[in-house]
Write a protein that binds this ligand. Structure first.
Ligand SMILES: [Zn+2]
Length: 311
């Protein structure tokens, strides 16, 4: 474990406004600078007493196709693209005031968040950012879907890889994307990669009354011949987006990671379980001797059922 850089917050507040994909509800997010050690705190300003939800894996609720956090009855939903932008830009301490539950869907990427946060600017704080260097391989998942963290002694930062496989009959197909994680790669390689789904998935959701306002121009809907009414920003936009999601879920560790994370067909639930397992390793390594404001170990007792360490 080492502290290799100082923490950052925003230089001034900034705002992002949109509608939730799932709920269609309008929402405004206002990002405020916050003290060192306070981490990412979502604040539901629309609810009585303005409850807070800390962005750590301990608060994650298992949900299909998105990442949800809760503190009691206060919920924030689809936070992964917000978290990915904050982690990718190394903005460690902010309050995110929310006027509704579900984060803006926007164009299905982290692009608008990235532009707003970059325009607000970053201020260096006096405390070091806690860092965990992955010490041994750690894996969650099954034989067909998994995510693994590895030590990577040759490098001083985090690198991620996502391996996507929708099978030979889908126009989404197979592909992978890998990159080191830093501000430059985040902005240029990940931030603009958009959410995607198949036409059958889109029709199924809308038949249940979900995402009624969303069209195939708002994100990538894949038919037999590729994206409908839309063009890819990258030939490998789908695995890039899954890497963006992976980073947003890993951000729930609440510290910097050093090592390599490889995901094979994983979704938010497996990604989140790996984040919980990495938090557990972090606190084991800290052995209760290090003061970590904003990091809580009391909820780390439960072992994910499918977590296993490999030799
Ligand atoms: Zn996503």
């Amino acid at each position: 474990m080492s502290a290799t850089r100082f923490q950052h917050t925003l230089s001034r507040p900034c705002q992002v406004t949109g509608r939730g994909y799932w709920s269609s509800q309008p929402i405004t997010l206002t990002f405020f600078p916050a003290p060192a050690g306070s981490g990412i705190q979502f604040v539901r300003t629309d609810l009585p007493d303005n409850p807070r939800v800390e962005a750590i894996a301990d608060n994650r609720i298992d949900m299909a196709l998105r990442t949800r956090l809760a503190n009691g009855s206060a919920v924030v939903d689809m936070i992964e693209h917000v978290m990915s932008a904050l982690y990718g830009l190394k903005i460690d301490n902010v309050e995110v005031h929310c006027t509704s539950c579900e984060m803006p869907g926007l164009d299905g990427s982290s692009h608008a968040y990235t532009l707003a946060l970059e325009a607000a600017g970053r201020t260096v704080q006096t405390a070091h950012r806690p860092t965990y260097t992955i010490a041994q391989p750690l894996r969650v998942g099954s034989d067909s879907q998994w995510v693994m963290a590895f030590p990577d002694p040759a490098h001083s930062g985090l690198s991620i890889e996502y391996q996507l496989d929708y099978g030979p009959d889908s126009s989404i197909g197979r592909g992978s994307f890998a990159c080191p994680v830093n501000e430059s790669t985040f902005v240029h390689e990940l931030a603009q990669a958009r959410t995607f789904l198949t036409l059958a998935e889109a029709q199924h959701l809308q038949s249940k009354g979900i995402a009624q306002h969303v069209t195939s121009r708002d994100l990538l809907v894949f038919g037999d011949q590729g994206p409908i009414d839309n063009q890819l920003r990258f030939l490998d936009e789908c695995p890039r987006h899954k890497a963006l999601d992976l980073l947003g879920d890993l951000a729930l560790v609440g510290f910097d990671l050093v090592g390599r994370v490889v995901a094979h067909r994983s979704g938010h639930q497996l990604n989140g379980r790996l984040a919980s397992a990495l938090r557990e390793e972090f606190f084991k390594a800290a052995h209760g001797t290090m003061h970590n404001p904003g990091l809580h170990s009391q909820d780390l007792h439960s072992q994910p059922e499918d977590k296993r360490r490999i030799a």
